[in-house]
Design a protein around this ligand. Structure first.
Ligand SMILES: Cc1cc2nc3c(=O)[nH]c(=O)nc-3n(C[C@H](O)[C@H](O)[C@H](O)COP(=O)(O)O)c2cc1C
Length: 213
């Protein structure tokens, strides 16, 4: 086994619910971990130089293209070197935090992480997405169908034509219930969702560790 790559995209640091659930996962995880906190150290948005560098021979690159390609290679090497993944990606404006999208845009490179003819090199590797959200988006909730994060992440990370990871998603819900008076009646549902998320995270870490052993 190499390492677990933990990509963290919550701006809330220690107060992040996704982060706290990730701690439950990591408490059970036995192997080494590489942690990249995108809120503390955001990666730049993909630039024109970064896109054109991908189709320019290294010797022909401009200094801007070379710099952009070096960053992409560093992030991609870190991504490809992992044997398992933990993503903490909270729901922001019904979608993903922009720092996570910037990271994705940097690492999705044909011929490295993507292979349009064959399977991606990461195909079948286990990945856990922990995505806390202020509201509730489960079956029957008024917001059902409005979560545009989990379906997108499960496709980008898990689809056989993209990264092909074996993705499991954990969604602690209604995290705003303790702070928004109008949501006070939803507190028991939040507490149950949170307890389930911690238990699920612990179990996933044990299961993935065992698979890798
Ligand atoms: C910029 C921003 C946008 C948010 N947008 C939504 C949203 O669209 N739907 C929702 O249910 N909660 C939303 N929330 C609430 C967060 O999903 C909630 O606080 C969650 O716990 C954040 O995850 P974290 O605790 O892991 O940081 C938003 C919070 C922030 C800071």
């Amino acid at each position: 086994m190499s390492y677990l790559l933990h990509i963290d995209a919550s701006s809330l640091s220690e107060a992040s619910v996704s982060g706290k659930v990730a701690k439950s996962f990591r408490a059970e995880w036995q192997g080494p971990v590489v942690h990249r906190d995108l809120a503390v150290s955001p990666v730049p948005h993909l630039s024109a130089a970064g896109i054109s560098a991908r189709s320019t021979e290294p010797a022909q690159r401009t200094p801007e293209q070379a710099e952009a390609a070096t960053l992409q290679d560093e992030l991609i090497d870190e991504f490809l070197g992992a044997s398992a993944y933990l993503f903490t990606v909270p729901l922001y404006n019904l979608s993903m935090p922009s720092v996570f999208k910037a990271w994705l845009d940097q690492i999705m490179v044909d011929g490295r992480t993507l292979d349009f003819a064959n399977a991606a090199p990461t195909t079948g590797r286990p990945a856990v997405v922990i995505s806390a959200r202020g509201g509730g988006y489960g079956p029957g909730a008024p917001n059902e169908g409005r979560d545009h994060l989990v379906p997108t992440l499960e496709t980008i990370l898990g689809w056989s034509h993209t990264l092909g990871l074996d993705v499991t998603t954990v969604t602690p819900e209604l995290t705003m219930a303790p702070v928004i008076p109008a949501m006070a009646g939803l507190l028991p549902l939040h507490e149950a969702s949170l307890a389930e998320a911690h238990a699920q995270a612990r179990q996933l870490a044990k299961d993935i560790d065992q698979q890798a052993a």
